[in-house]
Design a protein around this ligand. Sequence first.
Ligand SMILES: *[C@@H]1O[C@H](CO)[C@@H](O)[C@H](O)[C@H]1NC(C)=O
Ligand SMILES: *[C@@H]1O[C@H](CO)[C@@H](O)[C@H](O)[C@H]1NC(C)=O
Ligand SMILES: *[C@@H]1O[C@H](CO)[C@@H](O)[C@H](O)[C@H]1NC(C)=O
Length: 411
Amino acid sequence: MGVKGAALLVALLVGASVLAAIRSCSADANTTTLPIKPKASPPSPGDTSRKVAAVFPLEGNVYPRGGFDVQMSFGNSHNLYSMNIDSGSDVPWVQCQMPTQAVYPQPGRDKIIPCDDPRCKAVLASTGSKQCKSKGPCNYQVQYQDSSAKGVLIADTLTLHLTNGSTVRLLVAFGCGQWVKVTETGALTDGILGIGFGEISIVSQLSSQGLFGKITGHCLNSNGGGFLFLGDNGRLPSGITWVPMIPSDHYSPGPASLFWDNQPLGSQLITVWLDSGTTFTYFGLHPYNSLISTLNGYVSTQPLKRAYDDPSLPYCWRGPQKFRTIADAQRYFKILELRFANGAAPMKLPPVNYLIISSKGNACLGILNGTQVGLKPDENVIGDISLLDLMLIYDNDKKRIGWASTNFCRV
Ligand SMILES: *[C@@H]1O[C@H](CO)[C@@H](O)[C@H](O)[C@H]1NC(C)=O
Ligand SMILES: *[C@@H]1O[C@H](CO)[C@@H](O)[C@H](O)[C@H]1NC(C)=O
Ligand SMILES: *[C@@H]1O[C@H](CO)[C@@H](O)[C@H](O)[C@H]1NC(C)=O
């Protein structure tokens, strides 16, 4: 009962403030005043799917936690599962076997989705899993960058509190899974909420049931927390930069060139993915090498010393005094920028989007060497750190990705 009460309270608060939060997320919003009441807009016939959203507060941070989690209610609505939001994968799944943590109970036979079900085809397509035996259960295995999870696809209810005040319970397919290889960040959560564009992702499933448009997004706060939304309730903020979503396995805004302090880092265009399931940003071989050599040169002109004794990340620098927050360090660093080949406004990455302050008070580079973790030399992954303080929208209906910088990633 206690859990349910708390969840409802959160839902009410969220319902009341979501419009304000989304509206305030424009490029120049730096006010904390909430508009009193959203104006009721007249219903537009044939467009009902775009008039409602579900908004969830997020917990977590880039460092030290390593990710952002949402509480979702699968099955019995009293149960909330803390799930890592992952725009880099499709499959939603909860831990079904893990002795030390309250997790989703072992499902009965009636909940297990068989192999010949279209939802099974969708999960196999998203994970590249082997086809299963036609009468058997739908077993899958998802491969993440540094870990993997396997499970069986099941169907159960998802309880959602909508921005129009209604609560809906819908039947959705999700994995009853377990980690095969656990990472530090993976082990903390009760599951992964895949919000990619594959048919099995939670966004696609809810959109195919007609509840929302196929649109989702997040706002990750650099001070921790933020929000995730599904659907758009017709009130996207103004001041958004939109770029076409290019055909790719991941959400990708297309080729871009990198700039440091207005100087190009190499001459090649790079392709980037946006991935809320990855803590740090990873650059491919050439961009990473150019970034490091440019940074090494730049840092030598600043009162910064490489802190070789700091194991937090590969590149850490000590300042004249210990840094307490990113604000202490940012004057010593410049802006990194992604300039898109299609001419869209650049994505600017100030120090908060590529540095963390370690527990030793050093500034450490949150952009890592992708080739070292097995990414292909031309793959670049924009992770949570570089998505902080951005309202980011994956609009699969219009095949576009939008963002606006904001200091209001709060519900
Ligand atoms: C933020 O607010 C201050 C004071 O109200 C104003 O001077 C400043 O221009 C605003 N900044 C932005 C980016 O809107
Ligand atoms: C809220 O939206 C849902 C989904 O469109 C709909 O089923 C429900 O009736 C709406 N509730 C209200 C109070 O309008
Ligand atoms: C990144 O990793 C690759 C592969 O291990 C290596 O060749 C390259 O030198 C590394 N770059 C930097 C700047 O460390």
